[in-house]
Design a binder for this molecule. Structure first.
Ligand code: NAD
Length: 366
């Protein structure tokens, strides 16, 4: 397995391989870039078939966090961790504590939050052995409602704000009454996005592999059920993928009938060139790491104990960031994903260390 010459390595600052034979823990922590502050990103637990698969995933995800936080103007760097194992069978308190001890040894250069396969409860267990975990503090959320630290409500609200910005840019509409939206994946984020859209008067179509999730949206929100085969291709205004990545690909893009893609799932483009393919079809793509930044914004402010109004204002700014991306794209002719990358790179390459959250950098002398 190559590391420095790995095609996803992209100048990562730091990689740690954590092993604890007693609990069976095998984990990788990747820190991509800390020029804006400590690397904050989720800790994913997944039954990777090989170490190579786990390494590839953590490198891609960690780089993505650098771009997401920089684009959201947060004083955070990008990092991610993966635990190799099936969360349904291999997760124990001892294993989570061993992960906590491993993170503690990194001295705060990486801070872990929830991701797929880990929950607020798991992060709290890790937190017995390290202070470098986030997304766990019970407080009043950005929306004035009680929060247990789960970032999903902020992600869903930010996605709603970003979707509004996309509709304004593409369709010249401020109001969403009668807007037709198809949502793939009605989980933590997708269901809440559907609630915001319903309140705004949109007409909804939904599909989820879990029948009960779909049924809830049908019964509670009056959404229309769709199928696995047609959810991305319905004759609607907006498609919002909120389940998994790589759904925008060679097969799907030619069949899309919507004029806007605005959803929360990470890594939506199967390959970078699908950005231009969407543009070529006249489809406005709201880059995933721009529109789904509400969660990282929320977790950032947990650490600074900001007021709910401050958090909400920052999540609202996702709309301005997307409008800037859409306008730059229209002016330059370059696709929106490329513009979002460019804007993020401007923000993390030029930045000097952030607002006092980064572990102190020691000057090397002699
Ligand atoms: P979740 O697991 O709660 O919801 C995902 C939903 O998608 C589930 O209901 C699942 O049954 C469904 N699903 C899985 N495969 C599907 C398929 N093939 N077709 C249709 N539905 C399918 O996860 P979530 O927290 O809602 O996150 C959704 C997406 O947004 C993920 O890609 C996640 O990485 C991304 N995201 C989440 C957050 C957050 O704060 N939760 C932040 C940024 C990005």
């Amino acid at each position: 397995m190559n590391v420095f010459s790995h095609h996803e390595f992209d100048n990562h600052e730091h990689l740690s391989f954590i092993r604890d034979p007693e609990t069976g823990l095998k984990a990788i922590v990747a820190i991509h870039n800390t020029s804006r502050g400590p690397a904050l990103g989720g800790c994913r637990m997944f039954p990777y078939a090989t170490d190579e698969e786990a390494l590839r995933d953590v490198l891609r995800l960690s780089r993505g966090m650098t771009y997401k936080s920089a684009l959201a103007n947060l004083d955070l760097g990008g990092g991610k961790s993966v635990i190799i194992g099936d969360p349904r069978h291999h997760k124990t308190e001892a294993l989570m504590q061993a992960m906590g001890r491993g993170l503690e040894r990194l001295g705060g250069h990486y801070i872990a939050a929830e991701d797929s396969g880990t929950s607020v409860a798991d992060l709290k267990v890790m937190g017995r052995c390290t202070q470098h975990v986030a997304g766990i503090a019970a407080r009043t959320g950005f929306d004035g409602k009680p929060s247990n630290g789960d970032p999903s409500p902020a992600t869903a609200y930010g996605t709603f704000i970003g979707l509004q910005a996309a509709v304004k840019h593409k369709l010249g509409r401020n109001d969403l009454t009668g807007l037709k939206v198809a949502i793939q994946g009605i989980g933590n984020v997708g269901f809440r996005l559907a609630q915001h859209l319903k309140e705004a008067g949109a007409e909804l179509w939904v599909y989820d592999i879990h029948q009960d999730n779909m049924q809830r949206a049908v019964e509670q929100l009056g959404a229309k059920p769709a199928t696995a085969d047609d959810i991305l291709f319905l004759p609607v205004d907006v498609v919002a993928p909120c389940a998994m990545g790589a759904v925008l690909n060679d097969d799907s893009i030619p069949q899309i009938n919507a004029s806007i893609i605005a959803g929360a799932a990470n890594n939506l483009l199967a390959r970078p060139e699908h950005d231009a393919m969407l543009q070529g079809r006249g489809i406005l793509y709201a880059p995933d790491f721009a529109i789904n930044a509400g969660g990282i914004i929320d977790v950032f402010y947990e650490r600074t104990r900001a007021t709910p109004a401050t958090v909400r204002a920052h999540v609202d700014a996702i709309g301005d960031t997307l409008t800037e991306i859409f306008n730059r794209s229209a002016r330059s002719g370059h696709p929106t994903g490329a513009i979002a990358n460019e804007l993020a790179e401007e923000r993390f390459q030029k930045h000097t260390a952030g607002a006092g959250l980064a572990p102190e950098r020691l000057a090397c002398t002699g």
